[in-house]
Design a protein around this ligand. Structure first.
Ligand code: ATP
Ligand code: ASP
Ligand code: MG
Length: 334
């Protein structure tokens, strides 16, 4: 699909939020659209400054990202998986994959060297074309990915709650004019903490399989969902059939964060890879470290930066918060 055909009037209502159009590339924006882009960009700049600042205050190490590795997130099994294509290339005679998430690197770095770390990590996920209409999927985006050795899920959730409520307070103080311009000053309220926690099994009983979209239109503040079956690295209590993991949902927008307490024992990790048909040969170093008992218990999460800013700024589409939109199915020149 060429860029022109991508600029369609979607006219969709997603989770109670109207998606007016698929965002255009920067050179095609009118003056008033550039003005709006500038306001959104200030929300992004403030958000990045605030979140990295608070993590540094809390003695997190700031690591730089990697883009090519033999091991990356399998993104499988995941009930919402929507990857159309996985990028593998050969360099120096070895097959590497572009980063789908830095989860494996986080677990290793946190175990071996850094008790608390974070990374602004670019993820390349070639999402299915129909994901353009969700308004929250881009094919390149950034996670603010962090990990803490020995932490519990509750510690991670409290940290995130403090970061988000502090960020909104600080945005309202620093960017009043921009939030008014974006029509968000009245509605972007500092949420009460702790956020409400829902168990996935209870949501399934109440709403059925499509529980996430049903919940999204009912909530007015961020909420947690826990106990979600997914990739091997999230901790699973096999006897009680409970996963020690969590997603954070934003009203009308959807999931903004996934995280968990992690597996660290060789037998469990290897057993789950076999069960889930994940190629163990792509995780040799992780398995070796686990086998040597050098992998340590940790917990963490990744915040989708563009999704967070979409919600804060009231964006109509995630492409609006990207200077150079990465919309599934639409490849612009820049
Ligand atoms: P979804 O189910 O919404 O597709 P996911 O569960 O596959 O997302 P994760 O693997 O949990 O995504 O990624 C961590 C975070 O990165 C998500 O919570 C979200 O904020 C962000 N994220 C994931 N995929 C995208 C995407 N295609 N575009 C923008 N942000 C994304
Ligand atoms: N960043 C996520 C986590 O910390 C993993 C993912 O991207 O799926 O669990
Ligand atoms: Mg997720």
């Amino acid at each position: 699909m060429g860029p022109k055909t991508a600029i369609v009037q979607a006219g969709l209502t997603i989770n109670g939020r109207r998606l007016n159009e698929i965002p255009k590339p920067l050179p095609q924006l009118s003056e008033s659209e550039i003005e709006r882009k500038l306001c959104i960009s200030r929300v992004m700049t403030h958000t990045l400054g605030y979140l990295t600042g608070r993590l540094l205050d809390n003695k997190f190490e700031w690591l730089l990202p990697v883009m090519f590795s033999r091991s990356t997130d399998p993104l499988w099994p995941d009930p919402g998986a929507s990857i159309e294509k996985r990028i593998e290339v050969e360099i120096y005679g070895k097959t590497v994959r572009t980063t789908l998430s830095m989860i494996i690197h986080k677990m290793v770095a946190c175990s071996l060297a850094f008790e608390k770390l974070f990374i602004l990590s670019p993820n390349a996920r070639i999402e299915r074309r129909d994901r353009a209409d969700s308004g929250i999927h881009a094919y390149e985006f950034t996670q603010l990915d962090f990990e803490m050795r020995g932490a519990s899920s509750k510690t991670v959730r409290s940290l995130v709650e403090g970061l988000i409520s502090g960020l909104i307070k600080s945005l309202r103080d620093a960017l009043r004019h921009e939030l008014i311009h974006l029509g968000r000053f009245g509605s972007l309220i500092v949420p009460e903490t702790p956020f409400r926690v829902y168990d996935r099994k209870e949501l399934e009983t109440r709403f059925g399989e499509n529980y996430e979209s049903k919940l999204l239109v009912k909530i007015h503040e961020p909420v947690w969902i826990t106990n979600i079956p997914r990739e091997f690295y999230d901790f699973e209590d096999l006897d009680r059939d409970i996963w020690d993991n969590y997603d954070l949902l934003l009203p009308q927008y959807g999931e903004v964060l996934s995280g968990a307490r992690r597996e660290w024992e060789y037998n469990k990790i290897f057993g789950k890879m076999k069960r889930d048909e994940v190629a163990a040969e792509n995780y040799e170093e992780l398995l070796k470290l686990a086998g040597e008992r050098r992998l340590k218990p940790s917990a963490g999460a990744g915040i989708g930066v563009e999704r967070l800013v979409s919600w804060l700024a009231g964006a109509k589409h995630i492409g609006e918060v990207q200077t150079f939109p990465r919309i599934p199915g639409a490849v612009y020149d820049l």
